[in-house]
Design a binder for this molecule. Structure first.
Ligand code: ASP
Ligand code: MG
Length: 448
């Protein structure tokens, strides 16, 4: 587990607010309906919604050396922030401070237009969104007389050579700052951004603010991590597709990871692991309805219950048919090595004595992978597939859930079934065109 924190901040909560929760000056001000400045907490903020997308676009123009287009995007975003500051901060000193912050960040972006632009600068550009939102919120709190401490995430969030977050590093670097500020209760910091093993500005990938919150929670052994979004927790099916879905009150870390990965957009999938490893409860809560119970994610798994159904689109299935597989060992290893060489993760896998099917969702290197797989035999590729995943306690299987799952989709062609990989899920691969029907049908049978 590495280094344990010297001081355990068991009364400290981590509260993460996403882009829409800080998406307008009005929403930003409303955070105080939820944040109680009298309680010990670290507030992790995303960039104002839309900002990171704009910064991605600006970088894309700069990478293509389209300076004019980059400049006009920078100006448009700058204008948005000028208006944001006027609405957020009262006329006078605080507004001037806010304007200075905005000018500083946008002048900086403009200077990048005429310099060499590489993926290293791109990371710096992407970091501006969270730097802006947190600094402006900090000034807002000051303007209404609420003391808070702004923590620079770039001083304590770090990834290692394998691009994995370094939790003990965060413990070592965050704790002294918290210890120095013992008299303060409210801390604000940036989600998403970090430094890599070279010390360069980097990030935890899109949606990574959840991950930041969980990593900080783990690093200081916080009491709880709260992820505030605009839905009342994780639902038992996709609310955009199925009517009458309900929030799930409790999930185990494994169930939550499975659901986050296979479709439930509410939580960054990797953010589950630090919380699980360091046993920090995670609560998913709704900014628009702060008193709703939401979803609590802990180590406990409720016995004998089906929790949720989720689906992930954009899946490609690859079947490798090979007589050389018969009675051979080392075959799967050689197949997997090809995917490994092209840095392509495999999601589902099923095997028979003469064939193996796998699914992937990252297809940038698919052509090269298929070419190499042809050495083993024939290769079949199906695109536009979806993985439907049913999560819950399938451990003893005395409830007949597996049979019920299959029975409820017996009218839908199933390309692959994965069961028994863990005791808490069944995954099915179907054509994406059948997804809506599958989700509805499973819902009726398992929950109604
Ligand atoms: N701002 C980043 C993004 O849009 C991180 C986050 O919001 O979680 O991906
Ligand atoms: Mg998010």
């Amino acid at each position: 587990m590495g280094l344990l924190p010297k001081t355990i901040y068991k009364t400290m909560r981590i509260l993460k607010f996403g882009g829409t929760s800080v998406g307008s000056p009005e929403r930003m001000k409303k955070l105080l309906d939820i944040i109680n400045p009298a309680e010990e907490q670290i507030v992790v903020l995303s960039a104002v919604s839309g900002t990171t997308n704009s910064l991605v676009e600006i970088s894309a123009k700069l990478l293509k050396e389209d300076k004019q287009a980059a400049l006009s995007l920078i100006n448009a975003l700058n204008q948005k922030y000028n208006e944001f500051v006027i609405e957020l901060l009262p006329e006078g000193d605080f507004r001037a401070q806010g304007q200075e912050v905005v000018n500083y960040h946008f002048n900086f972006l403009e200077t990048l237009v005429n310099d060499l632009f590489t993926p290293i600068e791109e990371k710096v550009v992407l970091a501006q969104g969270e730097l802006l939102s947190t600094t402006l919120y900090h000034i807002y709190l000051k303007s209404i007389g609420i003391p808070s401490v702004l923590l620079p995430a770039l001083d304590f969030m770090k990834t290692d050579e394998d691009n994995e977050p370094d939790v003990p590093y965060t413990t070592r670097h965050l704790q002294p700052i918290l210890d120095q500020n013992k008299g303060n209760k409210l801390f604000i910091t940036q989600g998403f951004i970090c430094r890599n093993s070279f010390g360069e500005v980097d990030n935890l990938r899109r949606g990574g603010s959840d991950y930041t919150a969980s990593l900080i929670g783990a690093a200081i052994l916080a009491e709880e991590v709260q992820i505030w979004t605009d839905i009342d927790g994780m639902h038992n099916n996709d609310p955009r597709i199925v009517k009458g879905t309900k929030p799930i009150s409790q999930l185990s870390f494994d169930e939550a990871a499975e659901l986050a990965y296979f479709g439930a957009k509410i939580l960054h999938p990797q953010s589950v692991f630090p919380a699980q490893k360091y046993k920090i409860p995670v609560r998913l809560l709704n900014t628009m309805e702060p008193t709703a119970a939401g979803t609590l994610i802990t180590n406990d798994s409720e016995k004998g219950k089906i929790k949720s159904i989720a689906a992930k689109d954009g899946i490609t299935a690859i079947k490798i048919h090979s007589s050389r597989m018969l009675l051979a060992y080392g075959f799967l290893r050689r197949v997997f090595e090809i995917f490994e060489r092209y840095k392509t993760p495999i999601d589902m896998i099923t095997t028979s004595e003469v064939a193996v099917s796998v699914t992937v969702d990252f297809t940038d290197n698919l052509d090269k992978i298929i070419e190499e797989l042809h050495d083993f035999g024939s290769v079949e590729v199906d695109t536009d597939q979806s993985i439907v995943c049913v999560v819950g306690d399938f451990s003893a299987e005395k409830h007949g859930y597996a049979a019920r799952v299959l029975d409820s989709i017996k009218h839908i062609p199933v390309r692959m079934i994965s069961y028994g990989g863990s005791s808490y899920n069944i995954s099915l691969l179907i054509n994406t065109t059948d997804k809506t029907e599958a989700l509805k049908s499973l819902h009726n049978r398992l929950f109604e």
